[in-house]
Design a protein around this ligand. Structure first.
Ligand code: NAD
Ligand code: UFG
Length: 333
């Protein structure tokens, strides 16, 4: 298939482009570069050993999208473009709704005009909100607790209604858990702007000395060691999840939801200890108070993806830490 990836130079988009292209699909990348750099295209080309088509465009520009979908004869779209910082979504709700919800409306409109009906949407486990039970399965009630999460749920609802409006639409919403890690080459990885918020990039920057220490947000949760637990998923496993999802949805109409997670969770201290092993560095740390809005523990019920997509994770926490460390060192070289 010829697949357009919006947000294609971002963290997950760039890894997904490699997996899709390696599997024989042709990828076209689109990004407005608000949270990624143009040199990612050359890095992807180096890994793949071939040229990649890239458009600098905003997903809210419906006319530009229509032209790209038609010119490039696109069969399917993976919609990753969006703003993703939970904290920032409280401060800039208009930007978040305009980009995440408005951008998705624009894309769906363009696809309708251009006759493209296969869509994979980057959603998030954050749509579930406070766990009524664990692991979260796809039937768990959705009740996001922040504007970013509400954006994701609103787009899921739009796509559900779109699929109901005509049985031509083939849509999957992938609910990612906590993506971490990098491509094994060390050429691409997560490249957060400014001081990162998420655990793995903070740990990586502490290991290289760019940050002085890791603040651990609480060690009095009811978890194995008192620190928060999450379902970390290697970004290359996630990329393979996109491949299986797009090949499956191309043959199935309607709107479908899949958790993409490992089905287990790890604590902050477990991740730090594994990173110390991978890097040979000591991670200085300090326990401070809980971060507002953090949940103690959550993880995916990943059976639906296994049953229908024949997909499951194959990389472990050690792989996630080793690949992150390789990327972090390469970035500084
Ligand atoms: P990222 O910021 O690295 O990638 C997103 C890309 O979209 C960036 O390159 C950015 O420049 C681009 N972009 C943003 N707004 C745009 C617009 N209006 N038009 C065109 N391009 C635009 O983030 P990521 O981690 O790769 O996330 C990709 C998607 O997955 C996002 O939708 C995010 O919400 C979702 N997601 C991410 C995580 C995570 O922890 N990384 C978890 C769950 C869901
Ligand atoms: N943590 C620390 N110190 C830090 C950063 C994080 O102790 O400096 C802890 C957190 O308290 C939490 C765990 O590490 O227990 C993971 O935190 P992250 O910020 O890495 O991830 P979150 O689960 O909070 O959120 C992430 C994304 C969201 C997305 C969600 C999906 O930031 O956008 O995963 O599950 F919605």
């Amino acid at each position: 298939m010829r697949i357009l990836l919006t947000g294609g130079t971002g963290y997950i988009g760039s890894h997904t482009a490699i997996t899709l292209s390696s599997a024989g699909h042709e990828v076209v990348l689109l990004d407005n570069l608000c949270n990624s750099q143009i040199d990612v295209v050359a890095r992807i080309e180096k890994i793949l050993g071939k040229k990649i088509v890239f458009y600098q465009a905003d997903v809210r520009d419906t006319d530009a999208l229509i032209a790209i979908l038609q010119t490039e004869k696109i069969d399917a779209v993976i919609h990753l473009a969006g703003l993703k910082a939970v904290g920032e979504s409280w401060q800039k709700p208009i930007d978040y709704y305009a980009c995440n919800v408005g951008g998705s409306i624009s894309l769906a409109s363009a696809m309708k005009v251009a006759g493209v009906r296969i869509l994979v949407f980057s959603s998030s486990a954050t749509v579930y909100g406070d766990p009524k039970y664990l692991p979260y399965d796809e039937e768990h009630p959705t009740s996001p607790t922040n504007p970013y999460g509400r954006n994701k749920l609103q787009v899921e609802q739009l796509l559900h209604d779109l699929a109901n409006s005509s049985d031509e639409w083939c849509i999957t919403c992938l609910r990612y858990f906590n993506p971490v890690g990098a491509h094994e080459s060390g050429l691409i990885g997560e490249n957060p702007n400014g001081i990162p918020n998420n655990l793995m990039p903070v740990v990586a920057q502490v290991a290289t000395g760019r940050l002085p220490l890791l603040n651990i947000y609480g060690n009095d949760y009811e978890t194995i060691d008192g620190t928060g637990m999450r379902d970390y998923i290697h970004v290359m496993d996630l990329a393979e999840g996109h491949l299986t999802a797009i090949e499956w949805i191309a043959k199935n109409n309607g709107c479908h939801y899949f958790n993409l997670g490992s089905g287990t969770s790890h604590s902050v201290l477990e991740l730090v200890s594994e990173f110390e092993k991978a890097s040979g560095k000591t991670i200085p740390r300090k326990v401070i108070s809980r971060r507002e809005g953090d949940l103690p523990n959550y993880y995916a019920q990943a059976d639906k993806a296994l049953r229908l997509l024949h997909w499951k994770t194959s990389r472990n926490l050690s792989d996630m830490c080793e690949s992150t460390w390789r990327w972090e060192q390469q970035r500084l070289a």
